[in-house]
Design a protein around this ligand. Structure first.
Ligand code: GLU
Length: 507
């Protein structure tokens, strides 16, 4: 690549950032860093009607949580500041005017009412109205009006827009890194608005192209929903004389619903019970949505999961650190077809990251959770406790339930376990086992286990029945990690106490 790689993530602050948007940001970031390039955050807020307060901060906080570092952006600044389009409004008009002067765009004065009527008329005839080469010459545009009429109408304050004059019946030849070569005939396209006098702001199309050019963007990596805009963007580059330096394009596949077809939508979170946003979100109307962070996902797990939704490393490896992703990411390995979101897989990733954390790290998470549950212990005991159960947890919040019985004796016993194993014969043998345990100086996981196993075999007792009966007495249920590890953790006195208590309580 002979050009410096510069990519941008260009969200519009219209609400919480959907995980599809986070994936777009991630792929941009991985691509930029793989090539030693720059990742730019540009806020595209020229649509004042859709602007949502708080959305911009939410976007920045989300990227930060994910570990996506911004080289240039609204908060970071940079050589092309400002990076918020509403603060760049003075830039765009001259390009719109340049397009009019070169015959690639025109002024249109049609009122909202005129356009509405035309839309209704078309609908009545079973058609959809398109503002295109077939109608533009009959409408109130600079294509029909004389120069002096146009000047006069602008001068007297009539509202106008500048529309792109889409060529008639021309094949636009385009290339997409993921999708390959694409040809579209312009007669299928309409004349998009580029600039509006009403708010003295460009629309997305013009601002996006001008800024990508001025910010020297080398690659545009964005969602598939922008593919229909690509011919217009190609033609805008050409009309502005920038074809030679226009960026390369890559349109990412959609994130699909867990079942069946269709794009994963903002409302699917409520519907299917998993987050579709990285962080908890409170909308201006007070409504809220759950987020991955608050649900207990680790950012590394979240990123790992997202990276694999639409990109394939070409090997069986599934666990990747951000640096590993940067090292091997390529757009050529992004698939064309949509990637189905899988909530179970997201949880699986989290469990993998949880079990690879050190006992110290997890112990530090557990301590305050225990304290909240009224259990005070030392860091050392908390570290040891998590080491016994970390393979069983998916989220940090589960650690407290999984270790609770290591600090307090069970107050109730699982009914199913009791019905299955708490039989008179097993209870009698448990009493005998307690006597064997008493003989040990202290409980040691391996030594005591060996001694008790030998005793069981010597007395021709059932290992499974007896171990589960012991388990019920110690932790209240016939499942869980190594029972002798737990006995060692709670100590000999507590072990014997729990056996006696269970015998008294259950009978
Ligand atoms: N502002 C657009 C969006 O919200 C950016 C699309 C693009 O990357 O060109 O997705």
């Amino acid at each position: 690549m002979n050009r410096r790689v510069r990519v941008r993530f260009a969200p519009s602050p219209t609400g919480a950032l959907h995980i599809g948007g986070v994936r777009t940001a991630l792929y941009n970031y991985l691509f930029a860093k793989h090539h030693g390039g720059d990742f730019i955050l540009r806020i595209e807020d020229t649509d004042s009607q859709r602007f949502v307060p708080g959305a911009e901060d939410y976007i920045m906080e989300s990227l930060k949580w994910c570990g996506i570092k911004i080289d240039e952006g609204v908060a970071e600044g940079g050589p092309h500041a400002p990076y918020r389009q509403s603060e760049r409004r003075a830039i765009y008009l001259k390009y719109a005017e340049q397009l009019v002067a070169s015959g690639n765009a025109y002024y249109a004065f049609d009122s909202a009412e005129t356009l509405d009527n035309m839309r209704k008329e078309a609908e009545a005839n079973g058609q959809t109205f398109a503002y295109n080469y077939q109608v533009r010459n009959q409408l109130e545009t600079s294509l029909k009006l004389s120069d002096s009429e146009v000047k006069e109408r602008i001068a007297r304050g009539d509202q106008w827009v500048i529309r792109f004059k889409m060529p008639e019946n021309e094949n636009v030849e385009m290339d997409d890194i993921i999708r390959g070569h694409i040809t579209i005939n312009t007669s299928t396209l309409d004349d998009k608005v580029l600039y509006k006098s009403a708010d003295a702001l460009p629309t997305y199309h013009l601002a996006n192209i001008v800024d990508d050019h001025l910010m020297e963007i080398s690659h545009v990596i964005r969602g598939e929903e922008w593919l229909p805009s690509l011919p217009l963007h190609y033609l805008l580059y050409r009309s502005l004389g920038w074809s030679d330096s226009q960026p390369e394009f890559a349109h990412l596949p959609l994130l699909l619903k867990p079942q069946g077809q269709g794009k994963l939508s903002k409302r699917d979170g409520d519907k299917f019970g998993f987050p579709v946003f990285p962080l908890f979100w409170t909308a201006p109307d007070g409504s809220t949505a759950i987020g991955y962070r608050e649900e207990g996902y680790f950012p590394e797990a979240f990123i790992n999961m997202l990276a694999l939704l639409g990109w394939n490393p070409g090997t069986e490896q599934e666990i990747f650190s951000m640096q590993e992703l940067i090292d091997i990411f390529s757009l050529e390995k992004v698939s064309k077809s949509g990637a189905r979101f899988n909530h179970e897989k997201a949880k699986w990733f989290n469990a993998q990251y949880l079990r690879h954390k050190s006992d110290q790290e997890l112990g530090a998470m557990l301590l305050p959770l225990l304290a909240k549950a009224g259990i005070n212990t030392t860091a050392e005991r908390a570290n040891k406790a998590v080491s016994l159960i970390k393979e069983r947890a998916t989220f940090p919040a589960e650690l407290v339930d999984l270790t609770n019985y290591m600090f307090v004796a069970p107050t109730s016993y699982d009914e199913k376990s009791v019905n299955k194993f708490w039989k008179p014969e097993n209870v009698e043998n448990l009493k005998l086992m307690a006597k064997e345990i008493e003989k040990c100086a202290k409980i040691d996981e391996k030594e005591t286990e060996t001694a008790i196993h030998e005793w069981i075999v010597a007395n021709s007792l059932s290992m499974g029945q007896l171990m589960n009966t012991l388990r019920i007495a110690i932790i209240g249920i016939s499942q869980g990690p190594s029972i002798f590890a737990i006995c060692e953790f709670i100590g000999k006195d507590e072990t014997l106490k729990r056996i006696n208590k269970a015998i008294e309580t259950i009978g």
